[in-house]
Every structure is written in C-alpha cells, then in structure tokens.
Write a protein that binds this ligand. Structure first.
Ligand SMILES: Cc1cc2nc3c(=O)[nH]c(=O)nc-3n(C[C@H](O)[C@H](O)[C@H](O)COP(=O)(O)OP(=O)(O)OC[C@H]3O[C@@H](n4cnc5c(N)ncnc54)[C@H](O)[C@@H]3O)c2cc1C
Length: 463
C-alpha cells in the first residue's frame, strides 16, 4: 500500500511543534544562536530547561531512541517529519533532545554499550545534562578512515591513546569523547581499529586550537584540533568489541547522515520561503519580481529540487524503519549528496534574489552550510562512489559486445519472442496467417530480421 498521509494525531503534534519552534525557540536563535552546545549561564539555562520540560510533557523528547532508552521510539519516518520543523532552528534540536552529534553518539552507546557504559555515559546525554564529542577525523586524512594513525595500546587494565584529531566538534563543551584509534596495526584497518569512551578532562588531552567556521573569530570555534598524549582510560571504556570501530562508525554515520539530510529539508524550505517572499515583495520595472519569468524559473527549480529531495529523505527514513541503516546505505548516501546540492542551490538563489541585501551582514543565507554538508561525514565524491558501486551491483554486463538496447538486437529478440507467442496463441493456420501479415508489415519483417541477424553474427563477437 502506498500512502503519503500523516496520521491526524501525529499531525497535531507536528502543528504544535511548528508553532512552538517559531514562537518560542527561533527568538533564541536570533539572540543566542552562537551559544548552542555551550554550557550556558542562568537565566538562559532555566529558560532552556523550561522549554525542554514542555517538550517532554508533549512526549516529544529524544524521539530518535526507543522507550527503553528514555526516548519515544517514533522511528525514522516520524523523526524526519519532526526534523523538517526542527531543522529551521539551531536551538530546536537541542530543546527536543535530538541534536547532532549527540544523537549519533547516543545511538552507538545504546547499540554497543554495556549496561554500565549506558548508565555512566548515555543517561546524562539523554537527560540533556551533558554534551558529547566524536573524534575520528585526523589532520592527514578525513575522507579515508584507513589513514587514521591515532594508536591505542593496551597496558594492563588500561588503554593508552596517543594521536591527533581534527574537527572534533563540540569537544570544548563536551563531557566525554568517543575516540577512534588503531588497536592492531598488523591487520586491515577495517578490523584493526576500536572506539573508546574518554572523559573530556582526562589528563593528556590537549586542545591545540578550537577551529571556527567561515568568519568565526580565531579561538572561538567549536571544532577542536586535539592531541591525545598518552591518555589513559580503563579497559572497560572500550565501546563495542576490539577491532569493531568500523562497524560502530557505520552505525553512527548512517544515522547521523540521514538526520543531517532531514534537517537540510527544513533549511532549504526556509530559503524557498524567503525567496518567494522577496519575489512577491520587491518591485522592478513596474511589476513584482515574481512576475519575471527568469525569477519564476528560479522558484520552480527550487521547489522541484526540494520536493524531490524531501520525498527521497522520507522514503529513506521509511526504508530504515522497515530494515536498518545498513540496508538503506545507498539511499542514505544519495540523500547526503542531495542535501548538500539542494541546500546550496536554493540558498544561493534566495541570496541572489535579495540583491545587495542578500550579501550584506543584515541577512544570513546558509550557502556555506550547503558547502559544509558536502564535506562533513564524508565528501560528496565518496558518497557518489558508494551509490554508484551499489547501483552497479544490481546490473550485469551485456552478454555480447553490443548493448542490450542495441536496435538490431532488440528487434531480433522481439521477433523470436513474438514467434513463440504466436506458436502458443495461434493453433490454426488461419490465425497464424493473420499474425504473419502483421509482422511482415512491422520493423521485424523476415527480410529485415535476417539481415540484422547476419549483421549481429558477423560483428557481435568481434568488437
Ligand atoms: C562542520 C564540520 C563538522 C565536523 N565534525 C566532525 C566531528 O565531530 N568529528 C569528526 O571526526 N570529524 C568531523 N568533521 C570532519 C569531516 O568528517 C571531514 O571533514 C570529512 O570526512 C572530510 O575529510 P577532510 O576534511 O580531511 O577532507 P579530505 O579527505 O582531505 O577531502 C578533501 C576533498 O578531496 C576530495 N576527495 C576526498 N576523497 C575523495 C575520493 N575518494 N574521491 C574523489 N574526491 C575525493 C573531495 O573533494 C573532498 O572534499 C567535521 C567536518 C565539518 C566540515
């Protein structure tokens, strides 16, 4: 059954969320947008806690996780519909307990953590009392995790971690870090790396720089270049089995990528809204910009891209609910590619339509966010390769040198099949004669088919 509707009870929740995000949370973005992921002072802390309490009361807190973990277990499709609203705002995902990178980190602790690990690391994360950090990328190579050099060496009841990581988001405000390190350099990196839970204040952790994005001032960014200099953690801080880091990372990144794509739908829609408002409001040469066909072209392209992207995200979310992030890997990679492209395209068109105002510091268009989406959690090229490989697995090479769609081959095959059908359907000579007249007047008459077959015989094996 195909059904694109939302059940009325959940739609009522979405409607409540829409009003709540616009009226109560978006003002925080305008005033304190730079403070997300910071441990904020009173009274802002009290205000955020109050908003979180309202979300809990509505049964909408941490919806990405199952009830046994304190979430609602709505599944990815409902989460996608929620993120279409939450993604408009930088504070909203935090207020609803489903912000990156904490969602992905929570998911892998939930999946692979021991009961003790869940108690110590996951519970405070779900309560919204702690932030977490994921430390995988290294300065010498991010897109290729087989380049990871950070080592963890077993020493009695402890692991000792040594290495350098780049772009470890939110480390400066996190309580703990999930670090990926090589534990066995003698086997393939796919089996020789492990994940560790590391308190952010462990001795030996040195932040070399907190790197910012775009025009953020030096030192005020959220993405740490961090050195682990003999950082010791107890053996029980290994997350998942030894050598399992790749499997854990795939679980984390699969979920994280589709959540980014869901939020990108919201961001792109906000840009489309801004574009349409501007087109209808701004007059030029005696009419609104919206009357100009080239402007209509930009609006139409944006809506079409957004609609296609949104449906792909929703379908992928549905697919994950039916199977798993691993099963939906191709679709997730495709959504990740589209997220970057669609957001970049629509934000750029919206900015362009605002003229000088659009490039001024009076407005903000997230063209850079689109660019970033094409890099973080793996660059677009890598995801395209993954999509292409997966698509190609569903196909086979042609059985000879000519393509299956090659005209003479299609006609000859169709004629053979037609003859078989005639044998089945036309037992009498009279009926066969009727079919024969029909086929002789078609593109597959005897003489043509004979010539084509001769051509195929003479060439197909020799190309
Ligand atoms: C905002 C943001 C937040 C991030 N947060 C985190 C975090 O919390 N934790 C963490 O561990 N990492 C984080 N990262 C790092 C991110 O995952 C890496 O930036 C990403 O994997 C790409 O690695 P790189 O930057 O080293 O680029 P590189 O690997 O150097 O790639 C650079 C470019 O080379 C090209 N390229 C690379 N590989 C291929 C290929 N196979 N085929 C064709 N072209 C290729 C692409 O154009 C690519 O953009 C974050 C990044 C950003 C931008």
């Amino acid at each position: 059954m195909w059904d694109f509707s939302t059940d009325p009870e959940f739609q009522a929740q979405l409607d409540w969320m829409d009003g709540f995000v616009r009226d109560r949370i978006e003002p925080l973005d305008a005033l304190f947008g730079g403070l997300t992921y910071h441990s904020v002072d009173e009274p802002l802390r009290t205000m955020i806690a109050g908003l979180k309490a309202e979300v809990r009361e509505r049964g909408l807190w941490a919806c990405h996780l199952g009830p046994e973990l304190g979430g609602q277990g709505f599944g990815q499709l409902k989460l996608a519909l929620m993120n279409e609203i939450l993604g408009r705002s930088s504070w909203a995902p935090i207020v609803f307990g489903c912000a990156a990178p904490d969602t992905g980190n929570a998911e892998i602790i939930a999946h692979y953590g021991t009961p003790e690990q869940k108690e110590r690391w996951l519970t405070p994360l779900l309560e919204g009392e702690a932030f977490s950090c994921y430390s995988m990328t290294e300065p010498q190579g991010g897109a290729d995790p087989t380049m990871i050099r950070t080592r963890a060496v077993r020493d009695g009841d402890e692991w000792v971690i040594t290495g350098e990581k780049f772009f470890s988001s939110n480390l400066r405000t996190s309580s703990f870090i999930i670090v990926m390190a090589v534990t066995d350099p003698d086997v393939s990196p796919y089996r020789g790396m492990s994940m560790f839970l590391v308190p952010s204040d462990a001795p030996g952790i040195e932040v070399l720089a907190n790197i910012g994005l775009g025009h953020e001032p030096w030192g005020e960014g959220m993405h740490a270049h961090v050195r682990y200099d003999g950082v010791r953690v107890p053996a029980e801080n290994l997350l998942g089995g030894e050598g399992q880091a790749f499997v854990v990372a795939q679980t984390r990144l699969g979920g994280g990528r589709i959540h980014h794509a869901m939020r990108a739908v919201a961001m792109a829609r906000r840009q489309l809204d801004a574009m349409c408002e501007r087109a209808l409001s701004r007059q030029t040469k005696g009419e609104a910009l919206a009357e100009k066909q080239l402007v209509q072209d930009a609006v139409a392209d944006s809506w079409i891209q957004l609609q296609a992207f949104r449906l792909m995200v929703l379908h992928t979310a549905w697919l994950i609910d039916q199977s798993s992030t691993a099963e939906a890997r191709r679709q997730i990679a495709a959504c990740k590619v589209l997220a970057a492209e669609v957001l970049s395209d629509i934000a750029r068109r919206a900015q362009h339509l605002h003229g000088a105002l659009g490039v001024s510091n009076l407005m903000r268009f997230p063209t850079d966010v689109g660019t970033m989406m094409g890099i973080m959690d793996g660059p677009t090229e890598v995801h395209k390769v993954s999509v292409a490989r997966s698509v190609l697995k569903d196909h086979r090479p042609s059985d000879d040198a000519w393509p299956t769609e090659f005209g003479p081959k299609r006609v000859v095959r169709a004629r053979r099949r037609f003859d078989e059908l005639v044998d089945e359907l036309a037992p009498t000579d009279e009926q066969r004669a009727g079919f024969d007249r029909l086929v002789q007047s078609s593109a597959a008459a005897d003489v043509t088919v004979a010539q084509m077959q001769a051509y195929l015989d003479a060439t197909a094996g020799n190309l």
